[in-house]
Write a protein that binds this ligand. Structure first.
Ligand SMILES: Cc1ncc(COP(=O)(O)O)c(C=O)c1O
Length: 376
């Protein structure tokens, strides 16, 4: 029987997701490190109980994320945000096992409260000033970055109460980049690493990508651990957890032509539903489609909002597109649902899963109430 999926719909494919989780668990076990899921990239909470079986926990960047982890995974989060308001901090203390601070000011402000909670590990986010990310909007180590304490501002000894360090300077990168980052961290911070109990190496590790050299990562982490055997090592990828685990189903609503360009108007929006395609930017893969003119019929894909730039081009197809045709945008599980907006009041995609037996289940439909309740 063909699977009937309502459109538009984000659909996670459980068997692919399990493959990612198994690989991450293998890295955890063989390298002897903790791997958390970063909710900012992957907050598919229906699967939190499953993720809990394979991963070491989760990291949060806000009260909402910490609460989702607490309620749906039943554990306390590793928390980091560029700054905490007093109201948020009160709540984070109750829902965090680790809290990392982005500046010595913030640590100074909250140290008295943290010292009353020795069960919560306190960390400092450092900025090693080294990264190989070419897209500035994703580069936490650009000159003047607000993210992390610059090396020259770090004290020679860890402040009383600080038990660990955190850095995040990678994006969709391999273990050879991590190796070069660690060289800098090692050279500049080994005196502080000797004093610390844990080191969080952030996200951006593209561990589940097909060509990622997992063996090299494991060897690298083991080598690092042999030099700092007292340190607990933590990685917190988001994207790698949800990488290539599902798609966004869309439908063609109309086909228009202007200035010689044919555009298929879709029931999804690049701006509202796939914002990274415009921010990064990158051209998402459409199943079965080719490069422009590779097949007989070339189209631009038009988003459903009024934003003039809400389009993506160009793709070619073997058959002419017509209203009612379905399109599948690949790899739309990480950094999509968490970044969607209801701009223009557009219909938010449904959320569903295809389980390991091939059965589709609709998990959620977002309707008018969600739109109305965010406004007043
Ligand atoms: C502090 C921190 N940790 C983890 C992540 C997750 O990164 P990724 O999804 O690229 O693995 C991010 C992403 O921005 C981050 O800022």
């Amino acid at each position: 029987m063909p699977i009937i999926i309502p459109s538009p719909c984000f659909v996670i494919e459980e068997s692919k997701f399990l493959d990612n989780l198994r690989l991450l668990k293998k890295v955890r076990e063989e390298a002897g490190v903790d791997i958390l899921v970063a909710l900012k990239g992957m907050s598919f909470w229906h699967y939190f109980p499953l993720m809990k079986q394979y991963l070491s926990g989760a990291c949060a960047s806000s009260v909402n994320e910490a609460r989702l982890i607490f309620e749906e995974m039943g554990i306390k989060s590793h928390t980091y945000a560029p700054a905490y308001s007093e109201a948020d901090f009160e709540q984070l203390i109750a829902m965090s096992q680790t809290i990392s601070f982005n500046s010595l000011n913030q640590w100074g402000k909250y140290a008295p409260q943290m010292l009353q909670h020795p069960e919560i590990h306190a960390g400092l986010r450092i900025n090693p000033g080294y990264s190989e990310i070419e897209t500035d909007i994703y580069n936490p180590a650009v000159p003047g970055s607000r993210l992390g304490i610059p090396l020259e501002q770090m004290p020679k000894t860890l402040p009383e109460g600080i038990t660990g360090l955190h850095f995040h300077v990678m994006c969709e990168q391999d273990s050879f980049v991590l190796e070069r980052v660690l060289k800098v961290v090692d050279a500049e911070l080994s005196h502080l690493l000797q004093q610390a109990q844990w080191l969080n190496m952030g996200g951006g590790h593209h561990i589940t990508r097909a060509d990622y050299d997992v063996k090299h990562l494991i060897a690298l982490l083991k080598d690092f651990r042999s030099r700092y055997p007292h340190l607990k090592i933590i990685l917190e990828p988001g994207e790698a957890v949800g990488w290539q685990t599902g798609f966004l189903l869309a439908t063609v609503l109309d086909v228009v032509e202007s200035g010689g360009i044919r555009t298929a108007i879709l029931d999804v929006s690049f701006s509202a539903h796939m914002p990274d395609t415009l921010e990064m930017p990158y051209k998402p893969t459409i199943r079965g489609a080719g490069e422009p003119n590779e097949f007989a019929f070339t189209y631009r894909m038009g988003g459903s909002t009024c934003l003039a730039g809400d389009f993506m081009g160009d793709y070619s197809f073997q058959n002419e597109l017509k209203a009612g045709d379905h399109l599948i945008f690949e790899d739309m599980i990480h950094y999509t649902m968490v970044k969607t907006t209801l701009f223009n009041g557009v219909r938010h995609p449904h959320i569903g899963k295809i389980d390991t037996t091939g059965h589709f289940t609709l998990l959620r439909s977002v309707g008018y109430e969600e739109y109305k309740n965010r406004l007043s």
